[in-house]
Design a binder for this molecule. Structure first.
Ligand code: 4UW
Length: 529
């Protein structure tokens, strides 16, 4: 078993609201928590806390509290923070929804999470409303933050000026958030993260970072995804730093915002590192204020990261996380400069992990002559490990063992210096630009096409070494089904990042005797091609 180089930290036994805002000093209340580049509007910590309380009060007066699940379909704008923490302060559970989702995808999540209230913004109202109508969420339970006819809006909730009643929750068992993740297999599932999970991961991350109240963090990674939720939103708020929100990624706006607001700290996914290393336009901006760039959510190429760091004169770091881990388990410690950026760093405090041989199931303990272990599946235990998947005891039991270890489905090695590298993935999951794609979801969709007899989806690397979904399709005889037909059909039903980007027609899908798709065989076929 591997242990963290850090001594354990204390995990406060409180709600995430109390952890972040319970002891807000007058000095911190005057600091700027959020900046909206679209309007230049600044929100202080004091104003943010007051708004969160008002939202919680308004929701509580409508009966929202412990046991209510509230959907949040909203890009990164300052109001996300208000509503997210307002819902939690009221004692309810938030299920965050990818803002690129189609109406069908939203509906699935609302149904699975038994959501009875939904917050959104007017540009996303058409798909939000279609989904809300389908699950029976009335117009007065569909709150449109910036306002829309027939719906409550944020200004109205805030203007009620209510004080929320105290809520009695057990931080260890009360589900705070329900982000969706496919885990190691199957379709997206609600990941039950408790208040304690969220509070713990903030406390664990704090040990390891150099993020201060003087920092300005560019929040371009989405808050609805666990990386943005914990590391951008909650961690930056805990540190009393300033978040500059960006609703979507655009390289020019990204650079402009860094220059305009003097951002110092960037959290990115690997494609942004590629742009920082290679795109000519980067030279046209003064982004010299940036001192640290953290990448995660997908494999980062070490050379690209080093080139990006040299070019912009910033320290490049990498972390590893997973929704089921709230999310961070590994990160580069800022206090060490001997760890290569191609690795994911050391274990955070309060975490232990094992590497398990994927063939034999044995724990790997020996270090090889080069100072590195053999690769093994990473199993993780700590206070940030999820409670389980909502309503899916079998999927939970497959992922979370009786000893409390979460089986990540990622393959890692341990190096002598106490740090780890992620070298492979044994789960089905595909990561496109850091976003999750569940092959099982695309396979089920493909099978619903009348001309598709069978289908399987795996991740392959494109020319830029980006992982993309490729579909193997068995077409009905003489159906005339084309690659373009398949791509268009999928594109019509799913968020753009989930599009099938390659199609190959095959005679049959390789399957085990029990009918499971042999993805290994498809991968082998792919690498032989
Ligand atoms: N290298 C290789 C990596 C890496 C990786 C993740 O969508 P989820 O469930 O969650 C995430 C969370 C990422 C994250 C959170 C906090 C943080 O500090 C950080 O680094 C700065 C990253 O993506 O997907 C989880 C899956 O994504 C892959 C891996 O397969 C994991 O199981 N993944 N980080 N550095 N692969």
């Amino acid at each position: 078993m591997f242990t963290s180089p850090f001594p354990d930290v204390e995990v406060p036994e409180t709600s995430i609201y109390d952890d972040l805002f319970g002891d807000l000093s007058a000095e911190d209340a005057a600091r700027i928590a959020l900046i909206d580049p679209a309007t230049g509007a600044e929100t202080t910590y004091g104003a943010l806390k007051a708004q969160i309380d008002a939202v919680a009060g308004a929701l509580a007066s409508r009966g929202v509290g412990v046991g209510t699940v509230v959907g949040l379909l909203c890009p990164n704008v300052p109001a996300f923070a208000t509503v997210f923490h307002g819902i939690l302060r009221a004692g309810a559970t938030v299920t965050t929804i990818n803002s690129l989702s189609t109406a069908g995808e939203i509906q699935k999540q609302l149904t699975d999470a038994a959501t009875t209230w939904l917050f959104t913004v007017s540009p996303l109202l058409p798909q939000a409303k279609t989904a809300a109508d389908a699950v029976g969420i009335d117009a007065d339970h569909l709150i449109v933050l910036d306002g829309a006819d027939g719906h409550p809006d944020l200004r109205a909730l805030l203007s009620e000026g209510r004080t929320p009643p105290p809520v009695d929750i057990d931080p260890a068992t009360q589900v705070a958030v329900l982000p969706y993740s496919s885990g190691t297999t199957g379709v997206p599932k609600g990941v039950m993260l408790s208040h304690r999970n969220l509070v713990a991961n903030v406390a664990q991350c704090r040990v390891n970072i150099d993020l201060r109240s003087s920092d300005r963090v560019l929040a371009v990674l989405p808050f609805f995804h666990i990386y943005g939720m914990t590391v951008l939103l909650n961690l930056a708020l805990k540190q009393r730093a300033t978040l500059v929100t960006m609703p979507k990624f655009d390289l020019v706006q990204f650079l402009e915002n860094i220059q305009r607001f003097g951002c110092t700290y960037l959290y990115i996914a690997p494609p942004i590192a590629v742009a920082l290393a290679k795109h000519p336009i980067v030279d046209q901006y003064d982004i010299s204020t940036v001192h640290t760039v953290f990448s995660g959510a997908a494999p980062l190429d070490g050379e690209t990261a080093e080139a990006a760091g040299r070019r912009i004169g910033a320290r490049m770091m990498q972390g590893y996380g997973m929704s089921e881990l709230s999310p961070v388990s590994h990160a580069m410690p800022y206090s060490r400069d001997d760890i290569p950026v191609s690795s994911v760093g050391t274990l955070l405090p309060n975490i232990v992990c094992k590497l398990i041989d994927t063939e034999t199931g044995e724990e790997i303990t020996e270090t090889g002559p080069e100072g590195t272990t053999r690769p093994g599946e990473l199993w993780i235990k700590g206070p940030n490990v999820m409670l389980g998947y909502l309503g899916k005891p079998e999927a939970t039991a497959e992922t979370l063992d009786a000893d409390g270890f979460l089986h990540t489905g990622d393959v890692a090695v341990h190096h002598e210096g106490g740090y780890f590298s992620i070298v492979d993935r044994v789960k089905e999951l595909i990561k496109y630009h850091g976003y999750q794609i569940a092959p099982a979801e695309l396979e089920a969709l493909l099978l619903s096409h009348p001309k598709v007899l069978d289908a399987a989806v795996i991740g392959v690397l494109d020319e830029e070494r980006d992982e993309i979904p490729k579909a193997f399709v068995v077409a009905a005889p003489d159906s005339g089904l084309t690659e373009e037909d398949v791509k268009a059909f999928v594109a019509e039903h799913v968020a753009p990042y989930k599009k099938v980007r390659r199609v190959e027609f095959v005679e049959a899908i390789p399957k085990s005797t029990s009918g499971k798709i042999l993805r290994k065989d498809l991968r082998a076929r792919e690498s032989a091609a």
